[in-house]
Write a protein that binds this ligand. Structure first.
Ligand SMILES: NC(=O)c1ccc[n+]([C@@H]2O[C@H](COP(=O)([O-])OP(=O)(O)OC[C@H]3O[C@@H](n4cnc5c(N)ncnc54)[C@H](OP(=O)(O)O)[C@@H]3O)[C@@H](O)[C@H]2O)c1
Length: 87
């Protein structure tokens, strides 16, 4: 099975990638910056460079996958209200 993992370099995502690769799955992982790419490659996953805001990249990666595991998450809540419509 080919599985696309967002947050693939995060605490949860990297553990999931290791489990999936170990179980024999083909894995692609979303990485925001090139400095994180080597560790994901070393884990045996294909690196997809981009963020969850790159909808074209996301669409393409999801289409190519049999399953998606979404663990990307931004813990910075300082701009939380910027993304919410205010009345
Ligand atoms: N850690 C726990 O104990 C725990 C327990 C239960 C549930 N969870 C949930 O599991 C999820 C992941 O948590 P975590 O602890 O693994 O967090 P984490 O270590 O901070 O990893 C988050 C990942 O998301 C990526 N990311 C953040 N914003 C992104 C964006 N805009 N586009 C693409 N990637 C983005 C980060 O990339 P960068 O490395 O580039 O920042 C990182 O790889 C969260 O929803 C969290 O609430 C975690």
């Amino acid at each position: 099975m080919h599985i696309f993992v967002t947050g693939a370099t995060g605490w949860v995502g990297s553990a999931i990638v290791a489990e999936l690769v170990g179980a024999g799955h083909s894995v692609s992982g979303l990485v925001r910056t090139t400095d994180k790419a080597p560790s994901l490659s070393a884990a045996g996953a294909q690196v997809i460079l981009g963020s969850v805001d790159n909808h074209g990249t996301l669409r393409e990666s999801v289409r190519a996958a049999d399953a998606v595991i979404h663990t990307a998450f931004n813990h910075d809540f300082s701009k939380f209200h910027d993304g919410i419509a205010q009345d």
